[in-house]
Design a protein around this ligand. Structure first.
Ligand SMILES: NC(=O)c1ccc[n+]([C@@H]2O[C@H](COP(=O)([O-])OP(=O)(O)OC[C@H]3O[C@@H](n4cnc5c(N)ncnc54)[C@H](OP(=O)(O)O)[C@@H]3O)[C@@H](O)[C@H]2O)c1
Length: 285
């Protein structure tokens, strides 16, 4: 498997997207880098020689990662963070759009505020951060934007419908943006993850209102999801997959992490929607 071209290698041994002059250290930004998948990715990129900026509301004490406070739900906070990075580094070569959270509950009983928050963090926040890096990448004629998405984008999860909506939106934005930016040498990629063992589970904003009306299906479904998340892969495995992808000459538009999850992705393409929904309903409905 190809290893990721070092962020400070010479132009001669790197592919066009990574063809930086010898002395130029490449810059990567990871949103949601204070813990979990984002922190694992930021560590991996720092180890690969990138100058890494981590954005989050809290900071992790990590040598090799420059933390900049940022709440992706606030445009002024996002703008200030990217202005700081661009002021220091001049350009951003790689953006990993990872910040996210989950809301669960029946669609019928989910508070308006929770719906807004879900979309503000996972979808609008992702769009906002991606838009910040486009001008400098376009001027440079190269760049990569990787969105951390979910299998929940293609498998609509009952009782996590707004999470699925947010990630389906991320996939659609990633694809459309990739088409717009292709002539400028900018690639986009959505990394679709299944269960990963992180604080995501404990941080989920859960609402079991209506559980008895729904025959206990809300709590049963979310509990099942929590158990599989806590038996899921380690964040380091996601970072290792991304490292391999970044070593490719071209990024795929979508990539599902993990072989068994790739099989699920294949089933999604092969099965009629009614079958897919029936199976999904048996598991999480
Ligand atoms: N874990 C899974 O099973 C799984 C599966 C599929 C996809 N994913 C996706 O992977 C991504 C990372 O999740 P994770 O599992 O690593 O969860 P996590 O451990 O809870 O980490 C979430 C990260 O997002 C940041 N974040 C949350 N709200 C933010 C905001 N308003 N502004 C800026 N940063 C914010 C958090 O930092 P602060 O709290 O410090 O702001 C934290 O660094 C998410 O997009 C998630 O949807 C996770």
């Amino acid at each position: 498997m190809a290893s990721i071209p070092s962020a400070n290698t010479t132009a001669a041994n790197t592919h066009p997207v990574n063809s930086a002059p010898a002395a130029e250290q490449k810059t990567a930004v990871v949103t949601g880098a204070s813990r979990g998948i984002g922190l694992a990715i930021a560590r991996m990129l720092a180890a690969e020689g990138f100058q890494v900026y981590g954005l989050a509301r809290h900071r992790a004490d990590e040598s090799g990662i420059s933390f900049i406070p940022c709440d992706v739900t606030e445009i002024s906070s996002v703008q200030a963070a990217f202005d700081t990075i661009l002021g220091r580094s001049g350009a951003i070569d790689l953006l990993v759009v990872n910040a996210g959270m989950g809301v669960s509950g029946a669609a019928e009983f989910t508070e308006e505020e929770a719906i807004d928050r879900q979309l503000a963090v996972n979808l609008t926040g992702a769009i906002r951060c991606a838009r910040q890096v486009i001008p400098s990448m376009r001027e440079k004629g190269r760049g990569r934007i990787v969105f951390i998405s979910s299998l929940g984008a293609i498998f609509p999860l009952p009782f996590q419908s707004f999470y699925s909506v947010s990630k389906a939106g991320v996939n659609a934005f990633c694809d459309a943006l990739g088409l717009e930016l292709r002539p400028f040498g900018i690639e986009t990629c959505a990394l679709l993850l299944n269960d990963v063992k992180t604080d995501f589970t404990a941080s989920r904003a859960k609402n079991i209102q209506g559980d008895s009306l729904y025959g206990g299906r809300i709590s049963a479904s979310v509990t099942k999801m929590e158990i599989s998340e806590q038996h899921g892969m380690e964040p380091g495995q996601v970072a290792a997959s991304l490292k391999r992808l970044l070593g490719r000459r071209r990024l795929p538009p979508h990539y599902i992490v993990g072989f068994s999850n790739q099989v699920l992705g294949l089933l999604y393409r092969l099965l009629p929607t009614s079958w897919m929904l029936k199976i999904l309903g048996r598991i999480y409905g």
